[in-house]
Design a protein around this ligand. Structure first.
Ligand code: FES
Ligand SMILES: [Fe+2]
Length: 362
């Protein structure tokens, strides 16, 4: 079921243990993050043969590399000798050489050379390969899934590609331009809930609510038959617009559990994705993409305004809620579910709670 079950009325928020308990956090790791599609990077960040990009999903280090045949591979970032990490950060390599004892691997993960291994009876280099991970490109973004049995992205998030192309026809030709990150000091789901409702926008984000969107037209709803939330809004009608917002409307697609592909009015492509660091800490990544990979004056202005207002305002909100959820005086209150939709609505929060409980409740 992808729509919130509203059989109990009024629907309440999740018990605080879902945001504070390390046992549930461990189940989130195994049952949510290790079984769903995670945004790694943009394909323009690994455009050339030998380009690699490394990152982590919980305690699993992963890297993506473009091979000699131009195809992208995702692999666990661990040497098959004695377990050292193979690559750090991002860059370009002709071969992958482990920094510990110099075992070297081809770009598709086969062991090429291990010093002095010819002296070892029965050593079979051709049997050694770095374990591979599922990888897909989706409207120009690279996603991985640690579950080799997982459904592909089109099946997991049906209709999203088509809806994105309708909103931003040239999305696939964008190039990575800028990213900034922050440690949020809260559970990942507090950050994801906060992103996916705009009930707080008029009070907490007065500049966003005038500079980018039109609050009167904003809505967030489950989309299609997948675990997707679609945000829609007209462009701001205010004279406080941050930039020329003519052209396409605002839209965002949140792909459970951790990625938002977002389109500011006029086709400014940007992303959020969230990587948990601890039960009460999460790193948020804020990405921006342009036609030429450069940050022009308009984009720089939007990035700065967004970081200094909406992004900074949300950081304070989610940190504050994390503390509140540990309070002995807190029990979850009713969610505001408005059947008519609209901005003052937490239907999306109820959907997130349902998807989480389907995954972690046993
Ligand atoms: S751990 Fe990588 S070469 Fe030894
Ligand atoms: Fe917000």
């Amino acid at each position: 079921m992808n729509y919130p079950d509203q059989s109990s009325n009024p629907l309440k928020g999740l018990d605080a243990t879902y945001f504070t308990d390390t046992g549930i956090y461990d189940r989130v790791k195994k049952e949510v993050y290790f079984k769903t599609w995670q945004l790694a990077c943009h394909r323009s960040q690994v455009a050339n043969v030998g380009d690699y990009f490394s990152f982590s999903i919980f305690d699993q280090d992963i890297f993506i590399v473009r091979g000699q045949d131009q195809t992208l591979k995702a692999m666990y970032n661990v040497c098959q000798h004695r377990g050292h990490r193979l690559v750090s950060g991002c860059g370009n390599k002709k071969t992958i050489v482990c920094p510990y004892h110099a075992w070297s691997y081809t770009l598709d993960g086969h062991l090429n050379r291990a010093p002095n291994s010819d002296k070892v009876e029965g050593f079979n280099a051709s049997s050694i390969r770095i374990p591979q991970i599922r990888l897909e490109e989706f409207v120009g973004f690279i996603f991985v899934n640690l579950d080799s049995e997982c459904l592909d992205m089109e099946t997991s998030y049906p209709g999203v590609k088509e809806a994105i192309f309708a909103l931003c026809p040239d999305v696939e030709t964008r190039l990575f331009a800028h990213e900034h990150t922050a440690e949020e000091g809260c559970n990942w789901l507090i950050a994801v809930e906060n992103y996916n409702e705009c009930y707080h926008c008029r009070l907490a984000h007065p500049q966003f609510a005038k500079g980018v969107i039109d609050p009167k037209s904003y809505a967030v709803k489950p989309f299609g038959t997948g675990k997707v939330l679609r945000h829609t809004s007209r462009a701001t009608q205010s004279d406080k617009a941050w930039y020329d917002v003519s052209g396409a409307d605002y839209g965002s697609f949140f792909l459970w559990p951790s990625t938002a592909l977002q389109f500011y009015p006029g086709g400014l492509v940007n992303t959020y994705h969230w990587r948990p660091l601890a039960v009460d800490d999460t790193r948020v990544h804020r990405g921006w993409y342009s036609q030429d990979g450069k940050v022009n004056d308009t984009l720089q202005k939007v990035i700065d305004l967004d970081r200094d207002t909406t992004f900074a305002e949300d950081l304070k909100l989610v940190q504050n809620v994390q503390r509140g959820l540990r309070s002995r005086g807190y029990t979850p209150g009713p969610l505001i579910i408005d059947p008519e939709g609209g901005i003052d609505n937490e239907l999306s929060v109820a959907a997130l709670h349902q998807w989480l409980r389907e995954a972690v409740d046993s």
